[in-house]
Design a protein around this ligand. Structure first.
Ligand code: URA
Ligand code: CA
Length: 429
């Protein structure tokens, strides 16, 4: 089978199942799997092979059964980025118009915490709930979040670690099947993908982002899960806030209709697809109207409160965000010249937030929920010397290192610069 793939021939369904089963149970060793992934890296995979690989990985471990939840379970996945507050907003937003959100979430490494870390900035909120309670909460409130449990896609875990050390992460068929297998094992009937593009994204070039988006959309649709993708900008951080409690506050603002324009627009775009595929609207424009009305009427915000309270959280933070963890020191990063913001290197800004303690550098790191950054200017904005470019929220008094890093990651140019396009493409087949 390694030889077949090396020579550019296709693998049959049974062969892919045999490989994934053998690799999961250890009868196929790492060295053979390494050779195969390298062959796949160079030869690619057909649409059928990609679908077969995805389902073989889904079947390598537990699968979450959401059958007891009424309605079409639509999951959303973002391919990463900096300060991406969309999940916090989208959950309550689409739930408020009747789309069930049954979210399994993790902590993970990165610039900020995962969705669970962010939500834990709300005092008392917890995700250690039993499956039955989880299902009952989704039926009752249309939204609940549970921590990762069970043995989901063990084949992907093993394969991803192997790819990491064999220079085979960057293969479209392998990335696409890896991501889709996790969504399907977690019980999604339909998947809306937010594929990021630009300097702060996993895929920096639009052509690569499109190829990945198309690959995932095809896999999903070929295995009977309606899937679509939005390609969105990550040339600078999304929204203003990067940090856990700060992003909860930003999500509250957005659900109130006073959030950052880019975050609001992306949430309405992704949310419209979720509502449409969830069968709660006849068209994307009707779906968008429903979501806009839910923000205006306060229903989206109310759904967020009920969700927080149902999982032990202090829902009064919604009306009184001062109750969220607060940093001891607040500093402004002042512009050193007049002009226009022309670049905000998302990765670097994210790393600065991590240095403050907003994210985990290693699995053992402890997150400081209060700290992070709030941008005051985005690409295209005019600035004068002394204007605040962003606010630093820290629990250390000395932020010299963070300051220097931030100055190196933000460029001010003399020429006027356009704001980047936010939504590049929407891919539905
Ligand atoms: N993210 C994943 O989950 N899998 C990949 O292969 C790459 C990115
Ligand atoms: Ca943000």
């Amino acid at each position: 089978m390694i030889q077949k793939k090396r020579d550019g021939n296709g693998l049959k369904s049974e062969e892919i199942q045999f490989i994934i089963k053998g690799y999961t149970d250890g009868t196929i060793p790492d060295y053979q799997m390494s050779a195969l992934t390298m062959a796949i890296y160079f030869q690619g995979m057909t649409e059928q092979e990609r679908a077969d690989l995805t389902m073989a990985m889904v079947e390598s471990g537990d699968q979450i059964d959401l059958a007891k939840i009424k309605g079409i379970k639509v999951d959303k996945h973002s391919t990463g980025g900096v300060g991406d507050t969309t999940t916090l907003v989208l959950g309550p937003l689409v739930a408020s118009v009747g789309v069930p959100v049954a979210k399994m979430s993790g902590r993970g490494l990165g610039h900020t915490g995962g969705t669970i870390d962010k939500l834990e900035a709300v005092s008392g909120f917890h995700v250690e709930i039993e499956n039955e309670e989880f299902i009952q909460l989704v039926n009752q409130n249309k939204i609940a979040v549970i921590g990762q449990s069970g043995n989901l896609t063990p084949a992907d875990k093993k394969l991803y670690s192997l790819r990491d050390v064999t220079a085979t992460v960057n293969s479209i068929p392998l990335i696409a099947s890896s991501i889709m297998s996790k969504k399907i094992a977690a019980g999604a009937d339909a998947v809306v993908l937010d594929v990021k593009t630009g300097a702060g994204a996993f895929m920096k070039k639009i052509d690569d982002s499109r190829e990945l988006a198309q690959a995932m959309v095809r896999i999903g649709n070929n295995v009977g899960r309606k899937t679509m993708a939005v390609i969105s900008d990550m040339s600078q951080p999304l929204g203003f806030a990067i940090g856990n409690a700060l992003e909860v506050k930003e999500a509250i603002d957005t659900l109130k209709g006073v959030g950052p324009d880019d975050l609001t627009e992306l949430c309405l775009t992704l949310g419209s697809h979720m509502v449409f595929v969830g069968g709660k609207a006849e068209s994307l424009s009707e779906a968008r109207t429903l979501l806009e009305e839910s923000i205006k009427s306060g229903r989206a915000l109310e759904t967020f409160k009920v969700f927080l309270a149902s999982q032990g959280g202090d829902a009064s933070v919604v009306d009184d965000p001062e109750r969220l963890p607060q940093a001891k020191y607040i500093y402004e990063l002042e512009a050193k010249s007049d002009g226009y913001v022309s670049e905000i290197i998302a990765d670097e800004v994210g790393t600065a937030a991590m240095l403050l303690g907003a994210g985990r550098a290693t699995k053992e790191s402890v997150i400081d929920l209060a700290v992070g950054l709030v941008l005051k200017k985005k690409i295209g904005d005019q600035v004068k010397t002394g204007d605040s470019l962003l606010t630093i929220y820290s629990n250390f008094s000395d932020v010299t290192e963070v300051r220097n890093k931030l100055y190196n990651s933000i460029t001010i140019s003399e020429q006027k610069v356009d704001a980047p396009v936010l939504i590049h493409e929407e891919i539905t087949e």
